[in-house]
Ligand binder design. Structure first.
Ligand SMILES: [Zn+2]
Length: 445
């Protein structure tokens, strides 16, 4: 098998002025800020070296001299770090013009991003999908202050929503995370300095690539990626490194699987319009707390309204965008949402025959949980499924997860089946994850 990082160059975009970090970076470029005793640059170089990349180009501007010293210290015979300094500020996109000699894919990272990512897997996916640019994306705690994308079922980016978003926007929480793979064809399209001196990689160049119909792909990951755009986020990165969170993200994690209707949001019969979605009290705060504890949160929901033809995929996407927007306002996010569109009973007017089947994903079957386990690092023995019906309970048992029931409606069922019960999701999460330990108490065995 070919090593996916063979011959690949890594690029660090380190030229931007640290306008929002004025106090912390009065004398230091952002890429030289310290995390756990090492500069961000050193952390980034360590990631590239570990992935088998041997050549790095740092695009500098702000206080380039200090960066040149650090680059010289990091270089040796098998690992070469070169600094290219721009004469004028050209923005995160405009500075890429300095990569005129690129002859293969390059991994590009912003100088204020801490990451611990499987770069080989990223490059392999980028190449397989024949993308002109692949953007690493993830949900974050501040989607309102982030550039967001829409993707189709093949992870192709269909739209970009640059920050700031118009009031009342209803958008999925899929944020470009400051890590990309680009092809030379992407560089060749950048307008000249005379046409547009300053260009933003995401807002200007990806927007232009989408308009040209070039293939822009999104690579969604639950690996550690954290921007330090504000002093608060810099402090969060320091805390995360001190707690060992980046390395832990590479291993199976405690995961809270949650049902949607009746558990996250008020049950309204069949939810068909985003305006009907109302989070239950305390839900957003409970999920924000799980996010802070670094517990993964995955929604698993049966949506037979699709099979019945009462709602299409675009309509469901709008409902889930509303869900993520409401959570985002509280600084909360879910890692993934899986839905089952099927229903086993055929014979209704307007139904979609292709979705009328006995599938493997409809709860109490485990298909959605199995998909999450394959897409994410899930430690099933440390994980729970929280829901309000017998289907949720049985799905948990079938998947080897601890079942937890919530809501007054499920109380009798919980008693009858001898299952843990709480009045609502918020109280369940507090009881199951009572302290800063991210893992719940293991089941006695
Ligand atoms: Zn299904």
């Amino acid at each position: 098998m070919v090593n996916p990082t063979q011959g690949v160059i890594a690029v660090i975009v380190a030229g931007g002025l640290a306008t929002r970090m004025a106090s912390a970076t009065a004398a230091v470029p952002k890429v030289l800020l310290a995390i756990a005793g090492k500069s961000v640059l050193e952390h980034q170089l360590q990631q590239f070296r570990a992935a088998g990349i041997t050549r790095v180009i740092v695009l500098a501007g702000h206080l380039a001299g200090a960066i040149e010293l650090a680059a010289a210290r990091a270089s040796d015979r098998s690992f070469h770090v070169e600094v290219r300094t721009e004469a004028q500020a050209m923005g995160s996109g405009g500075c890429l013009r300095q990569l005129h000699d690129l002859n293969g894919p390059a991994v590009v990272v912003f100088g204020d991003v801490m990451f611990d990512v499987d770069l080989g897997a990223l490059l392999e996916t980028h190449t397989r999908q024949r993308a002109t640019i692949t953007a690493v994306v993830h949900p974050n705690t501040h989607p309102h202050d982030s550039d967001l994308v829409d993707v189709d079922a093949d992870h192709r980016v269909t739209a970009l929503h640059p920050k700031p978003h118009p009031p009342g926007s209803r958008l999925r929480n899929l944020v470009t995370a400051g890590l990309f793979v680009i092809e030379p064809a992407f560089i060749e399209q950048i307008p000249s300095v005379l046409e547009a001196p300053k260009l933003d990689l995401v807002q200007d160049l990806i927007t232009a690539a989408l308009a040209r119909g070039q293939r822009v792909q999104a690579w969604q990951t639950s690996a550690y990626l954290h921007d330090m755009g504000t002093p608060q986020r810099y402090a969060q990165a320091q805390a995360a490194w001190a707690q060992g969170i980046p390395a832990r993200r590479r291993r199976p994690r405690a995961t809270v699987f949650v049902d949607r209707d009746g558990t996250l949001n008020r049950h309204v019969g069949y939810l068909r319009r985003p305006e009907q979605l109302e989070l239950l009290p305390g839900v957003a705060q409970a999920i924000a707390r799980l996010n802070q504890l670094d517990v993964q949160v995955v929604v698993v929901t049966n949506q037979p309204v699709l099979a019945r033809g009462e709602l299409d995929e675009a309509g469901l996407a709008q409902i889930h965008a509303e869900l993520e927007t409401q959570l985002g306002r509280a600084g909360a996010y879910v890692d993934r949402i899986y839905h089952c569109p099927h229903h086993p009973d055929a014979g209704f007017e307007g139904e979609r025959p292709e979705l009328k089947c006995a599938c493997a994903c409809r709860k109490p079957r485990t298909g959605m949980i199995d998909a999450a386990t394959s897409d994410l690092h899930v430690d099933r023995a440390a994980s729970v499924l929280i829901g309000d019906t017998e289907r949720d309970l049985d799905a948990a048992l079938n998947a080897g997860l601890r079942p937890v029931l919530v809501s007054a409606n499920a109380h009798a069922l919980a008693v009858a089946r001898g299952v843990q019960w709480f009045p609502d999701l918020a109280r369940a999460c507090l009881a199951l994850f009572p302290n800063p330990q991210p893992n719940p108490q293991p089941n006695p065995s």
